[in-house]
Ligand binder design. Structure first.
Ligand code: PLP
Length: 412
């Protein structure tokens, strides 16, 4: 495709996206197709010769659109918010247009340095402890990419070959980990992949607000120690997937510190709320955390994929993940003066994700982001009141609030 053609069809694609966003509300939210229906309409073989670009766009409308569930529809209420925005889409497009690889500082210094800078901004904007900033012992990094898929494939192959023994009982079976019964399944998956063994992830009971009970956690750790196990990891959630419950970080953090557990805080869904100072109390106790993550690709107007991962001690993370073959050696790395983000993630290669996040923050500005978050929370609060007042519906879980502000949910 020549630059002139690219320009022409690029405008057409942007026009298409703009029109899609304008009409998405009028489309049925759920895909209206039966399994196999989309594939049945696709040609059996790829074209031998290139096709005109307008044909591709026409097929997008006719073949693909009917098979989409419209996550950007204002009427989409499934799973979790996955909102994108104009600046994020344009930042993503630019990242694709630049096509740089940010695996090392040396492979594209601006890619690394913008990422470090934007994550430091976010650490401040969210009120994270200073240890999570690059000027301290820790720092932030954007996750995640296609090499994770390769990892999953390799692990699946290993498990099939060993009859799934490692998934069930772990490497040696001595290490134990802890998360509430409401923690996201990704924690269990991580335990499985890391070889700790699913059986060594202890589900900790929750209270009537679906928040982890630290007394149960303490008892389970003690029981495991008595049984000769080695507790090594605990995950607390700020905003659980099913009910937006908030685990009590200070109590969990103190236990983690007392027993030398790595304390991870998963705020994937609700961490964005901390942009507003009045919602930050949910993350009191983060000073105990070894790591923290939240997803701008859920609630911060940034298209998938974009997860911000912060660690309090980057040396431990880098030592865990670093590997240095000859072909990656370079002066900047050896000087020790730069971050090589390949050492902060599973994959080697990495996209220029910071660009879209930078665009989002600069387009909306801090006050603009706060305005939208406050509005979303206010809408949710109003909806809660409608439910509470309705004779036909009941709240299955309380909305997060200062303890005591709302009654516990009615149980059937
Ligand atoms: N943690 C929580 C609390 C979530 O709600 C989700 C997704 O719903 C995840 C983790 C997984 O997020 P991702 O899709 O970025 O892996």
């Amino acid at each position: 495709m020549s630059p002139a053609e690219f320009q022409r069809w690029g405008y057409a694609v942007i026009d298409w996206i703009a029109a899609y966003h304008q009409r998405v509300e009028s489309l049925p939210v759920l895909a209206q197709v039966a399994p196999g229906q989309i594939r049945a309409r696709l040609p059996a073989d790829p074209p031998s010769h290139g096709e005109p670009f307008p044909t591709l766009l026409a097929d997008l409308d006719q073949l693909i659109l009917p098979g989409l569930t419209h996550w950007q529809s204002p009427s989409f209420f499934a799973f979790f918010p996955a909102n994108t925005s104009g600046p994020a889409i344009l930042g993503e497009l630019l990242a694709a247009g630049l096509g740089v690889q940010g695996m090392l500082w040396a492979t594209s210094p601006a890619c690394t340095e913008l990422e470090t800078h934007v994550l430091d901004w976010l650490a401040d904007l969210l009120g994270l402890p200073p240890a999570f900033k690059s000027s301290g012992p820790g720092g932030g990094v954007l996750q995640d990419s296609a090499s994770s898929a390769a990892l999953c494939a390799v692990l699946a192959a290993r498990e099939r070959a060993t009859g799934f023994a490692t998934n069930e009982s772990g490497a040696g079976g001595r290490l134990t980990a802890y998360a509430s019964t409401q923690a996201h399944s990704s924690i269990e998956k991580a335990i499985k992949i890391a070889g700790l063994g699913r059986a060594n992830l202890r589900p900790i009971e929750v209270d009537d607000r679906y928040a982890m009970r630290p007394d149960h956690l303490a008892r389970q750790i003690e029981a495991d120690r008595q049984a000769g196990k080695q507790p090594c990891f605990v995950c607390a959630t700020v905003g659980t997937t099913s009910s937006n419950a908030m685990d009590p970080l200070p109590a969990i953090g103190r236990l983690a510190r007392e027993h030398h557990l790595w304390f991870h805080v998963d705020a994937a869904m609700s961490g964005t709320a901390a942009l507003c100072p009045e919602f930050r109390h949910f993350q009191d106790g983060l000073e105990f955390a070894d790591s923290y993550c939240f997803n701008p690709h859920k609630w911060m107007f940034t298209n998938f994929d974009c997860d911000c991962f912060f660690v309090a001690d980057r040396a431990t993370l880098i030592r865990t993940l670093s590997i240095l073959p000859e072909y990656l050696r370079n002066q900047a790395t050896e000087s020790g003066a730069v971050f090589d983000y390949r050492d902060w993630q599973v994959p080697l290669g990495r996209r220029f994700r910071a660009l879209k996040l930078w665009f989002v923050i600069r387009h909306y500005g801090v006050e603009g982001l706060r305005h939208h978050i406050r509005r979303h929370v206010a809408i949710a609060q109003e909806f809660t009141q409608w439910i509470a007042a309705s004779p036909d519906f009941e709240l299955a879980a309380p909305r997060p609030a200062e303890p005591g502000l709302l009654p516990a949910p009615r149980r059937r």
